[in-house]
Design a protein around this ligand. Structure first.
Ligand SMILES: Nc1ncnc2c1ncn2[C@@H]1O[C@H](COP(=O)(O)OP(=O)(O)O)[C@@H](O)[C@H]1O
Ligand SMILES: [Mg+2]
Length: 252
């Protein structure tokens, strides 16, 4: 689904990512961990194609195609979608209009999607205007669900959200990623995985969302380098016990 090779990214003339490599296969969910300011947001904004995040070297391959220099909307058309860490308020645009736009030519039931995320009352309000932290995150997910991308990029979906709402977000993310499907009797995990067509890269600082959305692999980003990749549960246990510094040291 996604392959990132030797990616260097500058923000406002300052290099934030110093050569990132990553492979996200079809059907897998990867967690991106790391301390604040390590470059997590920069990485997914560059993958999505926001112009402010300038790729100076390396490549981004999406479904086998080099999209490094494609504009953001072309990447969205090809099936890439992103939920912001801190999305902006958009005055004069109703959430419903934005959700309908996200759906494109598809005929989606906006009210039904909003109902599942307890967002019905926001549909006729300006985008994010006066929304609480949790409401913003839920509204982001309503938009993504309407868009239904193949590659889902989530930037700290649980930040500023209370525990009850993290569970709600978690089940909506699992539905979006087609991970909630009950396995058929005597169907192996391998068979079930083959059916999964979507992939996700989930940034999480606390790891709480991983209690609800199971990640297949985790990556730790520090100072613009991936310092560790492996079992996300194991990585989180190490980080919780020793902090990120220790986590990085084991590779050095
Ligand atoms: N728009 C920007 N202008 C200047 N510096 C930025 C901008 N966005 C990010 N940075 C810098 O890039 C570094 C990484 O930021 P970010 O990718 O947001 O990290 P994270 O998401 O891991 O907390 C930080 O030092 C941050 O100050
Ligand atoms: Mg961030």
């Amino acid at each position: 689904m996604l392959r990132v090779k030797g990616l260097r990214v500058e923000v406002e003339g300052h290099e934030v990512l110093h050569g990132i490599g990553m492979h996200l296969p079809v059907g897998e969910v990867h967690a991106l961990l790391g301390p604040n300011g390590s470059g997590k947001t920069t990485l997914i904004m560059a993958i999505m194609g926001f112009e402010r995040y300038k790729v100076t070297r390396g490549h981004i391959l999406f479904k086998g195609e080099d999209v490094t220099h494609l504009p953001l909307y072309e990447r969205a058309r090809r099936g890439m979608g992103l939920a912001f860490q801190r999305p902006p308020v958009v005055r004069g645009v109703k959430t419903r209009q934005l959700v309908e736009m996200c759906a494109g030519v598809e005929d989606v039931d906006v009210d039904a999607i909003a109902r599942e995320l307890h967002c019905e009352e926001f549909l006729d309000r300006d985008v994010n205007l006066g929304f609480s932290g949790g409401e913003i995150k839920r509204s982001e997910l309503v938009q993504l669900t309407a868009q239904d991308p193949d590659l889902v990029l989530l930037d700290e979906p649980e930040s500023g959200v209370d525990l009850e709402n993290v569970a709600l977000l978690g089940s909506a993310i699992n539905r979006l990623l087609e991970r909630e499907l009950e396995p058929k009797r005597d169907e192996s995990l391998k068979e079930r995985k083959i059916k999964r067509r979507k992939s996700a890269l989930v940034i999480t600082h606390t790891g709480h969302i991983l209690d609800y959305v199971v990640a297949d692999r985790g990556h730790v980003l520090m100072d613009g380098h991936i310092v560790c990749s492996g079992n996300p549960k194991e990585i989180l246990r190490t980080v919780e016990k020793f902090g990120y510094e220790e986590c990085a040291r084991c590779l050095r």
